[in-house]
Design a protein around this ligand. Structure first.
Ligand code: SF4
Ligand code: SF4
Length: 201
């Protein structure tokens, strides 16, 4: 895949830095959050995040510079595909869409993200943003997160002395990303499939 112009890559890095800054701000204001380094439940169970081509380039660069790492990702990806095929065949999962949504991300290593610095905006915003800029800030159903963190937000909001929630809107960050990329998003696993099909021996 052709690499992005420097200005585009810099703009993406600035967007990632802003998403990370917002994430840290939310965590410091809400120390009781379950979301923290080491909780990899979403990577284990919803590990096919929405990814843009521009974001994929950063992950592809990490793969290209480390053959041993690439081999580990490839092995996990092959195992994952075998499992998905079996589940689809046995009827345990009814569609590829469902299978992809429920899968473990092949970049998860020892319960940590192995491409953390280049992880997609989807991963950076999951658990610490609300969906839309115009959604009520205190509506826990609109929080972009896993069910256990949503449940915790709901309980927190019911407490009499609960401070108002101040989560940044995910939509605003993604509008910036879409403006930078210009191409439709795909799944991280689709990029990975193409990479192993075309870029490696
Ligand atoms: S979103 Fe949920 S599963 Fe993912 S890291 Fe946060 S608490 Fe864990
Ligand atoms: S890219 Fe990293 S953070 Fe995102 S789902 Fe995969 S392991 Fe988790």
């Amino acid at each position: 895949m052709e690499s992005a112009p420097a200005s585009q890559a810099e703009a993406l890095n600035a967007l990632f830095a802003e998403a990370d800054r917002l994430q840290q701000e939310v965590h410091s204001q809400n120390p009781e959050m379950i979301c923290h380094a080491g909780c990899s439940f979403c990577c284990e169970h919803h590990g096919s995040p929405i990814t843009y081509a521009l974001e994929w380039q950063g992950i592809e660069a990490l793969l290209a510079q480390d053959a041993a790492f690439t081999a580990r990702v490839k092995a996990r990806f092959e195992t994952l595909k075998q499992g998905l095929r079996q589940n689809l065949k046995s009827g345990e999962l009814v569609s590829l869409r469902e299978a992809l949504f429920e899968t473990t991300c092949p970049f998860l290593e020892d319960r940590r993200c192995s491409v953390y610095a280049a992880r997609p905006l989807t991963c950076r915003t999951f658990g610490n943003t609300r969906l839309f800029a115009d959604s009520a800030p205190d509506n826990w159903q609109e929080i972009y997160s896993c069910s256990m963190e949503k449940e915790r937000w709901e309980k927190q909001l019911k407490m009499a002395d609960a401070p108002p929630l101040n989560l940044p809107p995910r939509e605003t960050l993604f509008q910036t990303l879409e403006g930078l990329d210009g191409k439709p998003a795909s799944s991280l696993l689709v990029f990975l499939e193409r990479y192993f099909a075309h870029a490696t021996p």
